[in-house]
Design a protein around this ligand. Sequence first.
Ligand code: FAD
Ligand code: DHB
Length: 388
Amino acid sequence: MHVPVVIIGSGPAGLLLSHLLHVQGIASVILERKDRDYVEGRVRAGVLEMGTVDLMKRVGVDARMTKEGIIHGGIYISVNGKRTHVNIEELTGGATVMVYGQTEVTKDLIAARLAHGGEIVWEAEDVSLHDIDSDRPRVRYLKDGNEVEISCDYIAACDGFHGVGRKSLPGVREFEKVYPFGWLGVLAHAKPVADELIYAKHDRGFALCSMRSETVVRHYVQVPSTDKIEDWSDDRFWDELRTRLGEEDAELVNEGDVFEKSIAPLRSFVAEPMQHGRLFLAGDAAHIVPPTGAKGLNLAASDVHYLSEALIAKYKNNQNDLLSSYSDTALARVWKAERFSWWMTSMLHTFGDQNEFDGRIRDAELQYILSSKAGLTNLSENYVGLPY
Ligand code: FAD
Ligand code: DHB
């Protein structure tokens, strides 16, 4: 079997790439290790940049998002209970973000892929890549115990941080920072705390009040990396969230039935380069950001934008330059989002510093940003997403 593009992974990166290619008449197959229910049930990010929204529109997968997504033109930043509004829309001359869960993005893209005859191989085991230096690379996998081999022109590894793609890329250089804390996240049936997201810094640590709809909230609190989910009863979670929001906002917290609870570690990571021969990495396969500022999913989208443009230029005009420069183009934007996510994380979390000087500097930086139009504009233009 020969397919122009083999895509590994059916996360947002793989699904969006497959659909971007499809609308230009370029066929692909997606190989996914997990089953469809697992992929559609995975709870993750919730804030889409306008660039991501535009890509969903471009592939015609925006009907439900337009109906159910919530447009936000600002955020709140709370410091030890004192809340400041950041009017992002005004500071950026009209830019906004869309609150719409990654779970929903994934479901919509899978439905669209299948409706257009796209092929997603669920539960493809032991995926391995071969001959990526040749012009006929091959991908092998096991399906129901049988070995299958596909030959292709290009391989896009959109298989996340633990995937096989990056491990198959020779000479890759890795840059990493691991933080001493994670985020405990809950989904609950409750009314949101405020009309927009609240990013809260408190002496006890960071907290975030987000939402999925008018009746479902997504809240997070910073916890030590060593904490286990069993350490956090629902009551303990709500108490801690209220404490970190301060007395006034604590009154606004609506406790609801918690139906999902998990802890995610925080990490900054970049692999360079993002390509070798006929193999290209996109999304979490190549980079991870800490979630503060919601850049992970949006970077996956910008990567596949660049990669799809490069593949389309090759197939339509036999043009190679965009493919050759893909890694450089993508990494330029990746590093800026890495910087922003690291910066937001450092300003808003507590680090339990041995050296109290560092903590005071982070506090001063946040105070400066909140008091300066230039500072708030810097934060806002990064939050809504830098141009492609
Ligand atoms: P993924 O979504 O990871 O998709 C990769 C896919 O590849 C998966 O379906 C996986 O099963 C499949 N796969 C892996 N290995 C193989 C293999 N060998 N063969 C075949 N298939 C394979 N970002 C935010 O902005 N805000 C958040 O709050 C947030 N929370 C997160 C919480 C968690 C627990 C995690 C892990 C990430 C979170 N992120 C968050 C990051 C965001 O979800 C990711 O950046 C985004 O999912 C990246 O999309 P992707 O398609 O590159 O990778
Ligand atoms: C969400 C996650 C984030 O990392 C963030 O900065 C804002 C919102 C969320 O899951 O809703």
